[in-house]
Design a protein around this ligand. Structure first.
Ligand code: FBP
Length: 552
């Protein structure tokens, strides 16, 4: 039996709110046939059985949901942890039990690997009840295995048939939902009736579009980081002697950094998408920050707080070109490289690189260069969470300040003391905010409605999220609609297009309008911890990003 804190005991009693349309039986309202966001012909040819399906919106129905017999459903948690995953599972559990009390839920262990290797456990009411409204993915664990090969799908089919599973729900980010689309297509193409449904998860907030207003976990994670940043700002404003450089998770998009900036009003926040649009190089960023350090020094403020998105370096053109070439080499020589030991691998990779990219690589600290050449995740992504961008940037600014100090008299020296932080794992398993607790439960419950309707290759979609939860809309969106073709490891692949920060959108514009004031004045905001109880304005507010996006 898990030991529970007092807050956990309180949260266990929380009853997540469902959209009113999901309170009773539903029927599907079908929209127009859909197209993928880009590369339509190629995506269509790769997904002949699941391409072009219509959007689904649920409306209330007078007759009970089909089927009225028990159903068995499988569930997988895939990719990085995000607050609310357990609530998707509780929603699924309650949803299938509402269809029939003898329905069963099977959890595949440690991500997609559990499905392929047939590691699973039945999630009974007793187990699910232990995890309601808790953070983490520990109920069944998670993993990053990419499901894309025929052998994997066949192994999955074997266990799904053995357990008489009607549908499998993949709770994951863009890569994992791409897997869901591939599996749905494979099953349908082979006349297998097992359905595949996706659920939009990632703290990064980059799995969103017209029908997926936000991925779950973003709300809670950014609230946790904003609390921590606020605490640091207060320390910074008390001691007035440090520049704090804070890297924030978000492998590609800078949504987390932007949301935290809107919440906490730091002195400086980099947005990767702006760096790319303005074609800024690392050197330009360093010089701009150096100017700010000097300007604040001149008004007597030798301190400040700087937010840096994890994915920043990939937006700087020279760095990006370096990574793209490394990806291409990895793709072209995958087999040869896999046989080499690390030093030979580095030697080989270097021998294939252009002079410009070699120069860029050699301008970076040696450990970072080595990381870029060697460390990739199973999807072939550079592991940006392992790169100390905050250290790199603060050191480079420090070097600039040192150059200036050499020319200044002793009494005029510019002090520049730094503290480094990285917030990522601190927020990924926090107990879900009320918003995420409700949203996730609704996503899971809604997935069972999609299953009952017999559809496959859809993502559970709950929207109108800035309205009270009773007014949220529910339905499904074909995953193929979100696909485009991108290079992965040098090979073109169908993947869900990531939603990057929109520089024309309200969240960025609000930030851009205020950042100069925040830079020179100390306008820190201290949001404090997530509030689970209390006035609605305090505890039920979705992220600032979502509010600004929905009310442009
Ligand atoms: P997902 O996209 O799978 O949700 O993961 C997001 C993330 O938290 C990123 O912000 C971060 O770069 C990455 O996971 C870290 O991965 P890992 O957990 O494997 O260290």
């Amino acid at each position: 039996m898990l030991q529970k804190s007092v807050l956990q005991q309180q949260r266990a009693a929380y009853q997540p709110k469902l959209p009113s349309v999901l309170w009773g039986p539903v029927k599907m309202q079908l929209g127009q046939p859909t197209e993928s966001v880009a590369d339509q012909e190629t995506v269509k040819s790769l997904f002949p059985c699941t391409y072009g399906m219509p959007e689904i919106t649920f409306v209330e129905n007078d007759t009970p949901d089909q089927p009225a017999e028990p159903i068995n459903v499988g569930v997988i948690l895939s990719g990085g942890q995000a607050p609310g995953g357990h609530n998707v599972i509780s929603g699924l559990f309650d949803g299938i039990k509402s269809i029939h009390p003898d329905s069963r839920l099977y959890g595949f262990l440690m991500g997609p690997d559990g499905l392929v290797k047939h590691n699973y456990k039945e999630l009974t009411g007793e187990i699910v009840d232990q995890y309601r409204n808790t953070g983490g993915f520990d109920i069944i664990g998670s993993g990053r295995t990419k499901l894309e090969k025929k052998e994997q799908f066949d192994a999955a089919l074997e266990i799904l048939k053995k357990l008489e599973i009607k549908a499998v729900v993949i709770i994951g980010g863009d890569d994992s939902n791409t897997n869901a689309a591939l599996m749905a297509e494979y099953f349908k193409a082979n006349n297998e009736t097992i359905q595949v449904i996706g659920c939009p998860k990632t703290i990064d907030g980059d799995l969103k579009n017209e029908f997926i207003e936000t991925s779950f976990g973003f709300d809670t994670a950014t609230k946790v980081y904003s609390e921590l940043i606020g605490n640091i700002e207060r320390d910074c404003n008390s001691a007035k002697k440090y520049w704090h450089f804070i890297k924030l998770m978000g492998r590609s998009a800078s949504h987390i950094a932007l949301e935290c900036a809107l919440q906490t009003q730091p002195n400086y926040c980099l947005i990767g998408e702006e760096v790319e649009a303005k074609k800024l190089e690392l050197h330009d960023i360093v010089l701009d920050l150096t100017r700010l350090v000097i300007a604040r020094h001149e008004q007597g403020d030798d301190y400040g707080v700087v937010l840096i998105p994890e994915g920043l370096l990939l937006f700087a053109p020279a760095f990006k070109s370096l990574i793209e070439q490394l990806d291409a080499i990895m793709g072209d020589f995958k087999k040869e490289i896999s046989l080499l030991d690390p030093d030979d691998k580095i030697h080989f990779m270097r021998s294939q690189m252009s002079n410009e990219n070699l120069a860029m690589l050699d301008s970076l600290p040696q450990t970072l260069g080595r990381q870029l050449l060697l460390d990739r995740d199973s999807h072939g992504n550079v592991q940006l969470s392992l790169i100390d961008t905050e250290k790199l940037i603060s050191q480079l600014v420090g070097q600039e300040i040192t150059k200036i100090n050499v020319r200044l008299k002793k009494e005029n020296q510019i002090p520049f003391s730094t503290q480094l932080h990285f917030f990522g794992y601190e927020g990924r398993c926090a107990a879900p905010s009320n918003f995420d607790a409700d949203y996730c439960y609704a996503l899971g419950y809604n997935a069972t409605k999609l299953i009952a309707c017999g559809v496959t290759g859809y993502m559970s979609s709950v929207r109108n999220l800035t309205a009270p939860s009773s007014q949220w809309l529910a339905g499904g969106i074909p995953i193929t609609m979100m696909l485009n073709i991108e290079m992965r490891n040098g090979v073109p692949k169908p993947v869900i297009r990531k939603a990057l920060v929109d520089l024309e959108g309200r969240p960025f514009k609000d930030f851009a309008e205020q950042r100069e004031t925040w830079a020179m004045n100390t306008c820190y905001v201290y949001p404090g911890p997530i509030q689970y109880f209390g006035p609605t304005e305090v505890c039920d507010q979705p992220s600032r990003t979502l509010q600004l996006e929905q009310n442009p």
